[in-house]
Design a protein around this ligand. Structure first.
Ligand code: IMP
Ligand code: MG
Length: 180
């Protein structure tokens, strides 16, 4: 376990402030409201990274809204572009009849979401979209595009606002670059 000095020294610099996140979430909420125009939605958050984003985003939408959580991990061999997504915790209901939005923390290689979208599509939701807090397009290994991204960032490892490094830093109220 790190000392508090080690812990703090790895927070290299703030990339996105709490105020910038708050403003972007207001916009994302309005985007969702305008798309669904009063129709009920189900927000599905991928744990653990998206839990903070989910908590704020769900309070920024005005359409009737349910929330659900799942845990998913993708496994790959070598350089294959599609893998086996292992659902380690599944939704507690069927999604047939729901307009579903997957709420993700970050699109990196794109593999997790690519696989997860296939899994959820097979369950026949009325519609399925992906809203992601962050996107690192330069890291993409599969051709995946979210429907709405709040911030596009360069190839830095980032922490805070739900995102971790070895499970630490999820509780930072801003997004920072991690490093020596
Ligand atoms: P992908 O399948 O490569 O797109 O993986 C996405 C997952 O990797 C995210 O949901 C994060 O949990 C994790 N991840 C990717 N980049 C970062 C980062 O910069 N900081 C923290 N976690 C990250
Ligand atoms: Mg993670």
């Amino acid at each position: 376990m790190p000392t508090v000095e080690e812990y703090q020294s790895k927070i290299k610099r703030v990339l996105i402030t709490k105020e910038e996140i708050d403003a972007a979430i207001v916009k994302a909420g309005k985007y969702i409201d305008s798309l669904y125009d009063g129709r009920p939605i189900l927000l599905v958050s991928v744990l653990k990274g998206a839990f903070v984003f989910m908590a704020d985003l769900c309070r920024a939408v005005s359409v009737p809204c349910e929330i659900g959580f799942m845990c998913a991990k993708s496994y790959y061999e070598g350089t294959v572009s599609s893998g086996v997504v292992k659902i380690t915790m599944d939704l507690d209901r069927e999604i047939e009849g729901y307009h579903v939005i997957i709420v993700e923390d970050i699109i990196d290689t794109g593999r997790t979401l690519n696989d997860l979208v296939q899994v959820l599509k097979a369950r026949n939701p009325l519609s399925l979209r992906v809203v992601s807090l962050l996107d690192k397009p330069s890291r993409r290994l599969v051709d995946f595009k979210g429907d709405y991204t709040l911030f596009t960032i360069p190839d830095h490892f980032v922490i805070g606002y739900g995102l971790d490094c070895a499970e630490y830093y999820r509780n930072l109220p801003y997004i920072a670059e991690y490093g020596e």
